[in-house]
Design a protein around this ligand. Structure first.
Ligand SMILES: Cc1cc2nc3c(=O)[nH]c(=O)nc-3n(C[C@H](O)[C@H](O)[C@H](O)COP(=O)(O)O)c2cc1C
Length: 466
């Protein structure tokens, strides 16, 4: 990224307010550079922090080895193929890796040697795990799972992990605790961005995320066994620690600025990780993927993935002629979904909208689904709003669905412990029975457009939207 001019180096920012404040400014616009902080007061030179990595399409392309000029639409197509083929390349266990350059164990463990920022002013602590992998092993099957679940520093050798009910890590941890056993956990907090990307994706239950990451990157991930738990950690990761979560060992956690753009959860009681080993490379880099008012580093990269996932699931549910899906980044890539279709029959558009709002990839924390005709680019918000304003009759075309799946980070969940929400499916397609008589849209015909592009190409640069 540095060679491509994609890194802004920052020297001397302190970790209580300034690092988070600079990240906040950089996340106000998609396409800004990634940030690499060094010379952090109170820490040795070289103990660095990298943030704002995946808020640009070129950097996402770079991470996945795609052509530099691949667009958002190409990314949606990429994720669609990735999920359909689900190529798995198992990790390769090696005996040595750069992660072993520095190993602290037992009483020597001190998480404070890593300069973890307070990312947002109102955060209840220092979150070392944001762009992270929390690795666990199913005690019955040996399945290795890793996911991005936020991790807060709680002391020299204690951290806490916030893993929502139903997430794979939560399911695995419960299996240990139901038997009264401690759950072994490894947390990796600086690594190849591709490994982190997979961490935040809903890879199917039972599939090892390391296999999925190998498939994404096109080569096996080299791993070493963590010294106490034996859990696999990337051999060349920057920073990792391992330990155990004991049953009913909870600590106050949060609040933390979350992906919907609010501090929602308040102070929670979350499982404590009692750390036995801390490993890091020389001059380690902590990776931050910081939620904020979206789009942000948490949600932007996942928008193209979620669009592809919803598209696949619409097709799997038998919805014909889906032409595009866009999970809008300003809705945290969850709250707003636009689907474009080539209408085939009366009721097609409503069916597509309701399925998009309830399929696995679209259901969690959605608020708006808008269905448009195939002449509308679902990623072009001006055109989507135009379709909503001109093709939609709110008497029939708004469908309010009540009692849906959402979570604590949705500020409009029902509240008082009821984690459901209401949402609306908006049919902004031309009414099926008026499709032939619907007013003709203004604008050049395909013929006129081709003629203008052939003859007047020299006056067009800069004038075209896309
Ligand atoms: C930066 C980032 C932070 C996240 N933080 C959390 C979190 O604190 N808790 C949680 O349950 N999910 C969190 N997620 C979402 C999960 O990582 C995501 O749902 C993932 O699929 C979980 O893995 P699993 O499917 O193996 O459970 C986060 C995702 C990202 C990208």
């Amino acid at each position: 990224m540095d060679n491509a001019g994609q890194i802004q180096h920052v020297s001397g920012a302190e970790r209580e307010r300034e690092i988070g404040g600079i990240v906040d400014v950089y996340q106000r616009r998609i396409g800004n550079k990634a940030l690499l902080f060094d010379d952090i007061p109170g820490y040795p030179k070289g103990h660095r922090i990298l943030a704002n990595i995946l808020t640009s399409v070129p950097r996402i392309n770079m991470t996945m080895g795609l052509p530099a000029n691949a667009s958002e639409v190409d990314l949606v197509a990429f994720w669609r193929r990735y999920m359909q083929e689900m190529k798995l390349i198992p990790p390769r266990t090696v005996s040595r890796g750069l992660i072993q350059e520095n190993v602290q164990s037992g009483d020597a463990v001190d998480l404070h040697c890593i300069p973890t920022p307070r990312w947002h002013e109102q955060d209840g602590g220092h979150f070392i795990g944001t762009g992270c992998m929390v690795v666990m092993k199913d005690p019955d099957t040996g399945w290795i799972n890793y996911g991005a679940y936020r991790v807060q520093v709680q002391g020299r050798n204690v951290a806490s992990v916030h893993c929502t009910k139903g997430k794979h890590g939560n399911q695995i941890m419960r299996k240990y605790h139901e038997r009264g056993a401690p759950c072994p956990v490894a947390v990796v907090v600086g690594m190849h961005p591709g490994l982190f990307m997979v961490s935040g994706l809903e890879i199917p239950y039972g599939t090892n995320e390391y296999d999925a990451a190998g498939g994404l990157l096109g080569e096996p991930v080299d791993v070493v066994a963590a010294p106490r738990t034996g859990l696999p950690i990337p051999a060349n990761a920057e920073i990792a620690f391992e330990g155990y979560v004991r049953p009913n060992d909870l600590l106050p956690e949060g609040p933390f600025g979350e992906w919907a753009g609010y501090y929602v959860g308040g102070v929670l009681q979350e499982p404590a990780i009692r750390i036995e080993t801390l490993l890091h490379r020389n001059d380690p880099i902590l990776l931050g993927a910081i939620p904020g008012i979206p789009p942000d580093d948490d949600s932007f990269y996942r928008g193209t993935y979620r669009s592809g996932a919803i598209w696949n699931q619409l097709e799997a549910a038998g919805i014909p002629e889906v032409k595009g899906v866009w999970a809008h980044p300003s809705g945290g890539s969850r709250l707003w979904i636009t689907v474009s279709i080539k209408q085939q029959y009366a009721g097609h558009s409503k069916q597509a909208g309701i399925v998009a709002s309830q399929c696995h990839a679209g259901a969690y924390a959605n608020r708006f689904v808008v269905v448009v005709d195939d002449d509308i680019d679902p990623a072009n918000m001006d055109k989507v709003v135009w379709a909503m304003c001109t093709r939609c009759d709110p008497r029939d075309d708004f469908e309010i669905l009540r009692g849906n799946w959402t979570g604590t980070s949705d500020p409009m969940n029902y509240g008082r412990g009821d984690q459901r929400n209401a949402r609306v499916v908006i049919d902004a397609c031309k009414p099926w029975h008026r499709r032939e008589s619907f007013p003709l849209a203004v604008g050049s015909s395909t013929d006129l457009d081709a003629h203008i592009h052939a003859k007047w190409r020299h006056v067009l640069p800069g004038a075209e939207a896309t």
